[in-house]
Design a protein around this ligand. Structure first.
Ligand SMILES: *[C@@H]1O[C@H](CO)[C@@H](O)[C@H](O)[C@H]1NC(C)=O
Ligand SMILES: *[C@@H]1O[C@H](CO)[C@@H](O)[C@H](O)[C@H]1NC(C)=O
Ligand SMILES: *[C@@H]1O[C@H](CO)[C@@H](O)[C@H](O)[C@H]1NC(C)=O
Ligand SMILES: *[C@@H]1O[C@H](CO)[C@@H](O)[C@H](O)[C@H]1NC(C)=O
Ligand SMILES: *[C@@H]1O[C@H](CO)[C@@H](O)[C@H](O)[C@H]1NC(C)=O
Length: 500
């Protein structure tokens, strides 16, 4: 073993090490050379260590996702997702909701969240701009609240609160709730249908980067904002790995898009920088329409009803009820058969050449003439565009609602719901209390004489939505003297078609 005396060598690089040696021992040149090599090795190792740990810090979002695939582990066998337990089905506990609210307006909006929020079951927060007034009591029926972080430091042109709400996904992620698979954003006036939301998200692999939602109903809105953006009021879902990436880039990204209009547009821009595009699901409803949403909801697309929005800005769903009462009526039926809610099916009552269209748990229409399947599934235009209150265009086809009484359907709205133990449900619909102008044609008089429609169906299996959707068939019947019509919804028979 070779030792050295302090101060013998003039190599500055070795100075820190040399002080550790006893001063009375001598050292050879060979020792100095190997000490140099060791020190150089230590020096290089410490640099690599610093670099490596900053790499880890940079990537630690991956390691905070307990169920996400570790990119350094190569999956074994044919099924690459096997080892990540991908077959555990998504349920409500895997979703973290992030509601964009504000302290001042919460009291006017909270009833919307309270309609769908299930204390101790749904997880997530309402994100507020500031602490609510100290004298307000926060209801247990509301989602718990948190205050948005750091939102005042960003550049903006039109709305500072849009910046704040666009960061709800970041704030929600940072809470770090365990077993989060999806972050679902919504406004404080968004009504979610959570069972259907779970069904829809369950179709997608949460380990991949998904951005799921819907666009606006009004073309003018999509032109002004974007067609391929998820409109925030309808709600949208971001999978865990995408949220993790957003957290990493968002703050910088927000300053690049400071002149954008809404919070949803900012999220869309940042998601776009990650190369991810929108996955459309037609059950998310921004409801960018005015006046009566009837036509749209009576011909819902074949997809589970996931959300409704802008309910303060359209007529109540059910006439003679406030919007809140309407939503309670709808929700009561929804709970019995979530997957079937607002699903449309239609059939013909051939004796009288009538067309009958059912939107389950909402309304039934009788057209006292024969109308093709293509017409029946096209919404009647009972509404106008969002921004300019124009007569269209919309992102789907519509049929004009005639002002001629003899060309209008007779409308019935949900009145009651019953279920038996075998999963059979019976919904009844009563004639609309809104007085229709009389049409004197015989066929019309007969349809007007109907005052109640009884619809029976079996509960819809949510797994049906994993397959190619197929509209169900129905059979309409009526006793000769009766003014009640019965409609039985069932699966279509082999080779059955819906033909007038
Ligand atoms: C997932 O599937 C594998 C076999 O394919 C099975 O052994 C395992 O129990 C399943 N896990 C769950 C949570 O269903
Ligand atoms: C959701 O699934 C997880 C397993 O992935 C389970 O632990 C949890 O209890 C489930 N939650 C509900 C509400 O079923
Ligand atoms: C939710 O859970 C907490 C704690 O377990 C309990 O105190 C509270 O009563 C629960 N609330 C509801 C509405 O079940
Ligand atoms: C709470 O206090 C504010 C003023 O601090 C007042 O304007 C408001 O009416 C109070 N609200 C209630 C529910 O007492
Ligand atoms: C519905 O409301 C209108 C006016 O708002 C009223 O005239 C009518 O009686 C109501 N009908 C029912 C069935 O409540």
């Amino acid at each position: 073993m070779c030792e050295t005396t302090r101060g013998q060598s003039g190599h500055d690089l070795l100075m820190p090490f040399r002080v550790m040696f006893p001063k009375d021992k001598k050292c050879t040149d060979r020792f100095t050379a190997s000490l140099k090599a060791i020190s150089l090795f230590l020096f290089l190792s410490s640099i690599s260590f610093v670099l490596y740990s900053s790499f880890l810090r940079h990537h630690d979002l991956w390691f905070r996702c307990p169920e996400c695939p570790d990119p350094t582990i190569r999956p074994r066998g044919d099924n690459p997702t096997h080892q990540y337990n991908s077959n555990s089905t998504t349920n409500i506990s895997h979703i973290v909701f992030g509601i964009g609210g504000s302290a001042r307006t919460w009291k006017d909006r909270k009833h919307y969240s309270q309609l769908w929020w299930k204390p101790n079951i749904t997880r997530g927060f309402v994100w507020l701009d500031e602490e609510p007034e100290p004298n307000t009591t926060w209801s247990d029926a509301s989602p718990p609240y948190r205050i948005s972080s750091d939102w005042k430091k960003f550049k903006f042109t039109s709305s500072q609160s849009a910046v704040r709400i666009s960061r709800v996904v970041v704030d929600s992620f940072r809470v770090g709730l365990p077993n989060a698979r999806w972050f679902v954003m919504g406004d404080d006036d968004t009504v979610f249908f959570t069972e259907n939301l779970v069904t829809v998200l369950g179709k997608y692999d949460y380990r991949q980067m998904y951005y799921i939602g819907g666009s606006s109903e009004s073309v003018e809105q999509n032109v002004m904002h974007a067609y391929d953006m998820a409109f925030g009021g309808g709600g949208f879902a971001i999978s865990y790995p995408l949220a993790a990436e957003l957290v990493r880039i968002m703050d910088e990204c927000l300053n690049r898009y400071f002149n954008f209009y809404g919070s949803d547009q900012r999220v869309w821009a940042c998601v776009g920088e990650l190369g991810v595009s929108l996955t459309r699901e037609s059950g998310f409803h921004q409801i960018d329409i005015r006046e009566d949403p009837f036509g749209l909801l009576a011909a819902h697309p074949m997809a589970p009803l996931v959300s409704l929005h802008h309910l303060d800005d359209v007529q109540p769903l059910f006439p003679n009820q406030s919007q809140l009462e309407s939503l309670r009526t709808l929700t009561t039926a929804y709970k019995v058969d979530p997957a079937r809610t607002m699903q449309q099916c239609f059939c013909y009552y051939h004796n009288y050449k009538w067309s009958i269209s059912v939107s389950w748990a909402y309304a039934v229409q009788i057209y006292p003439w024969l109308l093709s399947a293509k017409d029946l599934e096209t919404p009647l235009q009972t509404f106008r565009t969002w921004r300019s209150w124009s007569n269209g265009p919309f992102t789907f086809n519509t049929r004009p609602m005639s002002s001629e009484p003899c060309e209008q359907p007779v409308i019935f709205y949900l009145d009651s719901i019953k279920e038996d133990k075998k999963g059979k449900t019976v919904t009844t619909y009563k004639k609309s209390p809104v007085k229709q102008e009389k049409c004197n044609q015989l066929n019309y008089a007969r349809a007007f004489a109907i005052d109640k429609i009884v619809v029976s169906s079996l509960k819809m299996d949510p797994h049906m939505w994993e397959k190619v959707p197929r509209r169900q068939c129905c059979e309409a019947s009526k006793g000769f003297w009766s003014n009640t019509m019965t409609v039985k919804i069932r699966n279509c028979k082999h080779r059955e078609t819906i033909t007038m």
